[in-house]
Design a protein around this ligand. Structure first.
Ligand SMILES: NC(=O)c1ccc[n+]([C@@H]2O[C@H](COP(=O)([O-])OP(=O)(O)OC[C@H]3O[C@@H](n4cnc5c(N)ncnc54)[C@H](OP(=O)(O)O)[C@@H]3O)[C@@H](O)[C@H]2O)c1
Length: 241
């Protein structure tokens, strides 16, 4: 059965790998992002039934426009858009700057997912799935970014309760250190990389495909009784007892 899958921030990194995984399964995939040139280049690279829509996940008007372009049913929503806005510019030197940083990370990593889900809510039906891309930072005290991802985990439980009676599952897939994405910008020195790899139980960094395979599973009929969960894809950095 061909499904319609919406992946926010699907032009690069983890989102692009998620799009590729669903496309390989024959699904129709819609990817969004703020940069048209990034979406065009992803469209050239990815093979299959792909649609690209420029849309900022934090902008209500752009989300309304996106909704107008979607089919009647969205089977899978992957709230992947996000990133650590603390990497932008110098650390804040006053309260105004601190407030901007926190708002930027809460907008990018929490509000974007909340608004996108609300925008497509009525299009989600029985057998559907919402997959929110969280982070192991939610459990590691990583300032405003970790706080935003932790809030996403809590909101996901609420969402699972709201959509569960309609047959829609809601889960968080929480990556650990994934290299080869735009996430770390120019911060990924050799020492930075080695430190993060050393924290894993498997001795390697995660790849976008590691996350994409779990997203595809958790959105599949094989996982229909799993909801309200956080699934870590971090090479064992935070083991579960
Ligand atoms: N890489 C890691 O180690 C890691 C670890 C844990 C969690 N994560 C999470 O995984 C997700 C994907 O990150 P990534 O590693 O693949 O990094 P990435 O390559 O920077 O991907 C982020 C994507 O989201 C898009 N985006 C950002 N803000 C957006 C917005 N407001 N509206 C629409 N699209 C937006 C970006 O494109 P535009 O700039 O063109 O909009 C980009 O395509 C993020 O939620 C991130 O927090 C990553």
């Amino acid at each position: 059965m061909t499904r319609t899958v919406l992946v926010t921030g699907g032009g690069t990194g983890i989102g692009k790998a998620v799009a590729a995984a669903f496309l390989a399964g024959g699904d129709h995939v819609i990817i969004t992002g703020r940069r048209p040139e990034v979406l065009s280049s992803a469209a050239e690279e990815l093979e299959g039934a792909l649609t690209t829509v420029v849309c900022d996940a934090t902008d209500p008007e752009q989300l309304e426009a996106l909704r107008g372009r979607l089919p009647d049913v969205v089977d899978v929503l992957v709230n992947n858009a996000g990133g650590n806005r603390e990497f932008d510019g110098a650390p804040p030197s006053d309260l105004r700057g601190l407030a901007e940083r926190w708002r930027a990370n809460l907008d990018a990593n929490l509000l974007g997912a909340v608004l996108t889900t609300a925008a497509v809510d009525k299009l989600l039906g029985p057998g559907g799935a919402v997959v929110n891309i969280g982070s192991f930072a939610a459990d590691r005290g990583a300032g405003s970014y970790g706080a935003a991802k932790a809030a996403m985990n809590t909101w996901n439980i609420f969402l699972a309760g709201q959509l569960g009676p309609r047959g829609v599952t809601c889960n968080v897939v929480a990556p650990g250190y994934i290299d080869s994405t735009e996430f770390f910008r120019d911060r990924r020195s050799a020492a930075f990389h080695e430190e993060r790899v050393a924290e894993t139980l498997v001795g390697r960094a995660g790849r976008p495909e590691d996350v994409a395979d779990v997203v595809r599973f958790i959105a599949s009929p094989a996982a229909r009784h799993i909801t309200g969960q956080v699934l870590r894809v971090d090479g064992g950095v935070i083991p579960t007892r």
